[in-house]
Write a protein that binds this ligand. Structure first.
Ligand code: KQY
Length: 373
């Protein structure tokens, strides 16, 4: 039995680092469920394997896979990728994995949020989710990192930080009663301060149109570095995304970060709009208790859902009309990193993208506290 640490990261001197700070490695899960991924998840598995191989050029990657799929995953994933047997309900490591925090001495610990499949029985995407809720704990145990069990429902894709005291979140997601029904905005802010070690929370309104997570920030906006935010953007006034992105842009222009700086906002064009095709929908085996996927559904396509690796950016390729512009913007934004594009429509068909399927472990030391085994 492993116990969680008492107290909170902030009280113990810990903060969540920005994704652009150095990593010890990256964790992913293997897509398997036929009610979410078409054709028994084979096309998605190939896309996940490409993402893993791209990240493995920059840092160590570990993929958790069920016992039943171990051999397939090992055969498909490239040699440098470590494959570990781990039960899970679906494959969104960003949301079910730990959110790591560090202190001034370089000690790394993990925050283990409560997970309810993006809304539990009130709009959640599948039932049950008990195995997903254990993933963060298992990752931390394998990494030998101490764990805080945060007393709130949250997902890694619902938060971005600049590592210098600022968090970026959306009202649509964090204030949705299907996550923490008894919490007001002030309660959520207090928990984010305690568990991320932040002092300033910037609230955007809604997330990307038809994002089934209920407005995750990691589809809408992220920090490229302290003081610089990337924002999903469209110039099409007819698209409902236009008003959402404009509102986010205005709020970001008004905001100050924890150090009192104004933010520079870099707009990344949206692909599409993209929709699920009839031939893609037929390969999904509908099941009661899982959100159905239908031909014509709008996909939450965005280039903001990229992963920042040590020395690299692994970005989604989604639409030949916009991929090049987005890649050029990311190259300018991250001059010290190599931008690698991975075709990721198959991941998008499952409801997320490259950022959603990855979770970084920051560099640091792993001193475990004897009280928290
Ligand atoms: O972090 C994310 N944005 C996760 C997307 C989850 C989609 C579930 N089908």
């Amino acid at each position: 039995m492993t116990h969680a640490l008492p107290g909170t990261p902030a009280a113990d001197g810990f903060r969540m680092p920005g994704e652009f700070e150095p990593h010890a490695g990256c964790w992913m899960l293997w897509p398997e469920r036929p009610d979410n991924w078409r054709e028994a998840a084979r096309p998605a598995q190939l896309a996940f394997a490409q993402v893993a191989a791209a990240i493995a050029q920059f840092e160590p990657v570990t993929v958790g896979v069920s016992a039943a799929n171990y051999e397939t995953a090992r055969a498909v994933l490239s040699e440098p990728v470590r494959v570990i047997e781990m039960a899970h309900d679906d494959a969104w490591m960003r949301d079910v994995g730990p959110t790591c925090v560090v202190n001034g001495r370089g000690t790394v610990r993990g925050v283990d949020w409560h997970f309810n499949a993006w809304g539990g029985l009130d709009g959640g995407l599948y039932f049950p989710w008990d195995q997903d809720d254990l993933v963060a704990r298992k990752v931390l145990e394998i990494e030998r990192l101490d764990r805080y069990r945060a007393p709130m429902v949250n997902e890694g894709g619902a938060i971005h930080v600049d590592g210098e005291g600022t968090a970026l979140v959306t009202e649509e997601c964090l204030l949705n009663p299907n996550r923490n029904p008894r919490c007001e905005r002030s309660d959520i802010e207090r928990r984010l301060r305690e568990y991320l070690g932040v002092s300033q929370i910037i609230w955007l309104g809604r997330g990307v149109v038809d994002d089934e997570t209920g407005g995750h920030i990691d589809d809408l906006a992220c920090f490229a570095r302290p003081g610089v935010v990337c924002l999903t953007w469209t110039d099409s006034h007819r698209d409902p995304q236009y008003a959402i992105s404009l509102d986010a842009f205005e709020r970001l222009q008004e905001a100050r970060d924890a150090r009192g700086r104004r933010l520079k906002v870099v707009r990344l064009p949206m692909p599409g709009p993209l929709h699920m095709r009839a031939r893609e929908a037929v390969g999904i085996v509908a099941r009661e208790g899982t959100r159905p996927r239908r031909a014509g559904d709008r996909l939450a396509a965005t280039y903001v859902n990229f992963y920042i690796a040590n020395g690299g950016i692994v970005m989604p390729l989604l639409d030949a009309r916009t991929d090049r512009v987005a890649a050029a913007r990311l190259k300018r934004l991250f001059p010290g990193r190599r931008v690698v594009g991975v075709p990721s429509r198959e991941i998008l068909l499952g409801g997320g993208n490259i950022h959603c399927i990855t979770q970084q472990i920051p560099s640091g030391t792993r001193s475990r506290s004897p009280s928290a085994r």
